[in-house]
Design a protein. Structure first.
Length: 417
């Protein structure tokens, strides 16, 4: 390994998930010399294992007023959509209280409006970058189907109206329309809501890698190393790596669920929670292919056709980021998924990741309050594969002294730090 001690750049981006790759790419496109650092290949962690949905409609975080209705059920700890560790909840009472406090009517519209802006900018960028990165075949403009087994017409119509309020289109479908749209699935759903402006990809990790190659092709540098520490250094920053060091005017912390620990030595205590989730791949039945991700709303899982096979992703497990994996949620939902889609044997091992979540469900996007040249870009909960793109664009704009493409004020790190 080379010892690049003291190597200098305008911008060093820490973390090559969707957020970091997007920030590095956008910074490079502004003409800034940029180094992107990760201990793994780009797009190998949370940005690899997600459901691959580029979601137009995920403007409502998990903690909206409807959470209160579901809470008694969630407290039983039997719903595969949400499992929680009581010990973790006690140790993280501040996060839990903040998360619940945000589930109020007054806190819903401002957050949805903020996410609407971030998502719209992100989708525009993805549709551009996926072509420029040479992987247009990976995106499917087939929407995302949310479906209910019960006669939940009222729920589907309520969601449709809520989305329409923000100019987001969707279609309510009955049983026949669902079968016509997705003939490969079994007729278990009574009602569906098709998010028509949503896209999906067949390999989120490969898309991040393609964006990273685009960055490298544009003159950016990718450095594979463990990041040890980040500290102020005169007018800039000193980043210690496992195999050397870097100096930069600007450092972007885009370490997803690992971001928090790097900020603690700088005096920032980030209230970051971990909404863990799992996936497992299965051999597809090629005679009954799927065209889009499907969310079984009442059973708490998603099934998405991926390059690797049928990917089943679970709901939320609230616990410590590095606590041992539990098979409970996958065990609960895989048999239910077999009632929706025909698929064969499992392929590979189950995967686990952590959705990094602030109590208000909005990511931190912007300057660290007490350090010049330190930029925070993490906490994208369930939608970071989508919103990483707009986040990167906004961070690069702010570094360059330009206006971000959406209102970043609601995402300001100073609301917590
Ligand atoms: C089950 C599941 C389903 C999801 N589905 C969707 C979806 O359909 N659509 C959507 O938009 N979002 C989805 N998400 C959310 C999305 O995956 C995340 O919000 C997003 O990937 C976070 O990206 P990131 O770049 O912040 O983090 P990451 O992708 O985790 O990147 C952080 C990087 O930091 C690196 N790193 C950490 N520590 C160090 C260190 N010390 N040294 C060097 N490198 C380090 C890691 O290797 C990693 O590459 C889902 C998440 C889960 C768990």
């Amino acid at each position: 390994m080379s010892d690049n001690a003291g190597r200098q750049a305008d911008v060093v981006v820490l973390g090559a998930g969707m957020v970091g790759v997007a920030a590095a790419n956008a910074a490079r496109q502004r003409g800034l010399s940029t180094i992107l650092v990760d201990r793994r290949e780009p797009g190998s962690e949370t940005s690899y294992g997600n459901a691959g949905i580029l979601s137009s409609g995920s403007i409502f975080p998990l903690n909206t007023p409807s959470l209160w209705r579901k809470l008694p059920h969630y407290l039983t700890n039997r719903d595969p959509a949400l499992r929680w560790n009581p010990g973790w909840a006690l140790r993280n009472a501040r996060w839990v209280a903040g998360f619940l406090a945000n589930a109020s009517p007054a806190r819903t519209r401002p957050r949805a409006t903020a996410l609407r802006g971030l998502i719209a900018a992100s989708l525009e960028l993805h549709r551009d970058w996926i072509v420029n990165a040479g992987v247009p075949q990976r995106i499917r403009e087939t929407g995302w189907l949310k479906a209910w087994r019960s006669d939940a017409v009222a729920a589907a119509k309520a969601e449709q109206a809520a989305l329409a309020d923000y100019g987001i289109k969707s279609e309510v479908l009955d049983r026949q329309a669902i079968s016509a749209l997705e003939p490969g699935i079994l007729p278990v759903f009574s009602v569906g809501l098709l998010h028509t402006e949503t896209a999906s990809v067949d390999s989120p990790g490969a898309v991040v890698k393609a964006y990273a190659q685009m960055f490298a092709g544009g003159g950016g540098e990718i450095r594979r190393a463990d990041i040890i520490s980040v500290a102020p250094d005169g007018e800039g920053w000193h980043v210690v790596l496992s195999d050397g060091a870097l100096r930069a005017r600007h450092v972007v912390v885009a370490l997803g669920p690992w971001s928090k620990e790097f900020l603690q030595p700088l005096g920032y205590r980030v209230p970051l929670g971990f909404e863990r989730g799992y996936h497992q791949h299965f051999l597809p039945n090629v005679a009954r292919p799927l065209s889009r991700p499907i969310h079984d709303c009442e059973s708490g899982f998603l099934v998405t056709p991926m390059e690797q096979g049928i990917r089943i992703t679970t709901g939320v497990e609230l616990t410590d980021r590095d606590a041992p994996s539990s098979s409970a949620q996958l065990n609960a939902v895989v048999p239910l998924a077999r009632g929706v889609v025909e698929f064969g044997e499992a392929v590979g091992e189950p995967w686990r990741g952590s959705r990094p979540t602030l109590p208000d469900g909005l990511p931190l996007i912007g300057p660290a309050p007490r350090h010049r040249g330190l930029w925070l870009a993490f906490g994208h909960q369930h939608i970071g594969f989508t919103t990483g793109a707009g986040t990167g664009l906004a961070i690069a704009a702010m570094i360059g002294g330009a206006a971000p493409p959406f209102d970043v004020a609601p995402f300001s790190p100073s609301r917590y730090l």
